[in-house]
Design a protein around this ligand. Structure first.
Ligand code: HEC
Length: 98
């Protein structure tokens, strides 16, 4: 009984931690505008450099697609899933589009 309560407490603390993770786990993502896909972009694009490196640029969908391929081929970025890649391109063209 007591043990399960302790487990529950730990579990909720863990959940809380996850929702605050974007700002604390990806400090370089702080400048990313709020919006759908922000967490995916934070995860994939701010581990090597800050969001400032790309968020003030203005590119088309094709332009951002090229950037992602460049990051993968030349900078060693792990390949995102197709779904994540679409989300990244959608987010970037919304917030850093032409
Ligand atoms: C594995 C590390 C890594 C990851 C992950 C990464 N980048 Fe980069 N990125 C780099 C490095 C290193 C450079 C500098 C390359 C250079 O200037 O020759 C760079 C440069 C850039 C540039 C050029 C900035 C300029 O100076 O004009 C853009 C734009 C960019 N990254 C966007 C992104 C986006 C968008 C993502 C996520 C899809 C991403 N990066 C993920 C390593 C990474």
């Amino acid at each position: 009984m007591r043990l399960s309560r302790i487990r529950q407490t730990f579990f909720s603390i863990h959940l809380l931690g996850t929702s605050y993770c974007i700002s604390s786990c990806f400090p370089q993502a702080n400048n990313l505008p709020l919006g759908e896909g922000r967490d995916v972009v934070a995860k994939h694009c701010t581990s090597c450099h800050a969001a400032d490196k790309f968020i003030h640029q203005q590119k088309s969908k094709a332009g951002w697609d090229k950037v992602i391929i460049w990051m993968q081929k030349m900078q060693g970025m792990p390949t995102p899933s197709t779904r994540d890649k679409e989300t990244i391109i959608e987010y970037l063209t919304t917030h850093a589009g032409q």
